[in-house]
Design a protein around this ligand. Sequence first.
Ligand code: BUP
Length: 459
Amino acid sequence: AAQSTPHIAMVPTPGMGHLISLTEFAKRLVRYHNFTVTFLIPHDGSSKKSQLSVLEGLPTSISHSFLPPTDMSNLPADTPIETRIILTLTRSLTDLRESLRALAESTRLVALLVDLFGFPAFDLAAELGVPAYLFYSCNAMSLCSVFHIPKLDQMYTCEYRDLPEPVQFFPGCVPVQGIDMIDPVQNRQDDTYKLALGVAKQYQRAAGLLVNSFLDLEPAAFKFLMQKGGEPPPVYPVGPLIRTGLESRSDLCLRWLDDQPNVSVLYVSFGSGGTLSLDQIRELAFGLEESGHRFVWVVKSPSEDSKNATFFKEQIADEPLWFLPEGFLERTKGLGMVVPSWAPQVQILSHGSTGGFLSHCGWNSVLESIVNGVPIIAWPLFAEQRLNAVELTTDLKVALRVQPNEDGVVERRQISECIKRLMASEEGKMLRERMTALRLAATTAFAEDGSSTKKISEL
Ligand code: BUP
């Protein structure tokens, strides 16, 4: 019987966002479509703790194994994150080949599913004669940009931030300034630019592209991607897939939220990858304080350069929140909660007291906000986050966006103004109403006859 159950191998590259959305997709395949799944996980030798927290609660028909750690010690410290991620995978290909072969012998292996950086594994699927699919864990708009970049490369020689006019990646696309395009194309001399330029070709080799978004959220982008005879292979909107199965309510900040008025608290987080400079953290603290609104702030230690790394480390050992302005915690006592490093984000966003999200606009965070109807203050930092911010503010109109000054710092005045606009103005009310409509559309996508339910069945 085990042999007749269709089996899928999933390969998540480093990054919690990749793992979480793939495991959510695996859960649906197991629950509604009678598949079994094995996760084969390349890793770079760093701690597996947060990955294990996701993997441990999975149903028994989903198993996992970590591939032997790759040696990344010869990489220069400033190697871009995208290169680092892809190298972790390419340096694991021999081990991955062996694991896939073993799976093909012991199960009825019907497909390989990799994430957006996983295309170097396509050849291994071909060797085994199984189709390779790609799970694109960002939005349809950024996928359109991936397919558009080779055209821009032909059309212009300047850096994209100097383009004479904004770009449209598909008919009906909101205009995007070059500076808001994805990070890997911001420097044409850089190796990651060549990588980004080649991605469209790689994606064309997939048997299908699964996008963690839904038709009603990005109709024009999906229309473009799904037109027959277009460049991409078949595209399947399969979202919004966000983290589920988090029932524990023991957390201190959830209990604090229980005591706050409805829709009154701003949740502040820059994601697992986002850090701010010391100056910026302090400016944000003053901005929060000046706004007078309630908040839950997930803070991380300031980003360090080699100059101050030792100093920062010594300070942290003495007092973990040393970088906050003096007296901040006392002055905001009762009004705000500061949570070091990690908070139960999905539960916070689904709590009735939460009324806004100041976010780095990572796509997982955006989807979690949409599913819970929480409007956003967009503060994008890196990767494709600026593109997400453009979509949220200009196209969907469910977010406000902050802009840094010439020194790259978002000033306290702007922060507090944005918070007031979001939490207590007519404008904020409209953003919330539109977010509520999106929330409904998100629920509908996974109804019995919903667009994403149907697309997954079709797939
Ligand atoms: Br930080 C944080 N609690 O404190 P990313 C994150 N998460 O539950 P995204 C928490 O981790 P990027 C925290 O809800 C999301 O499901 C969060 O977060 C959860 O991914 C997951 O890494 C991953 O911030 O941004 O939002 O896609 O572009 O940085 O990958």
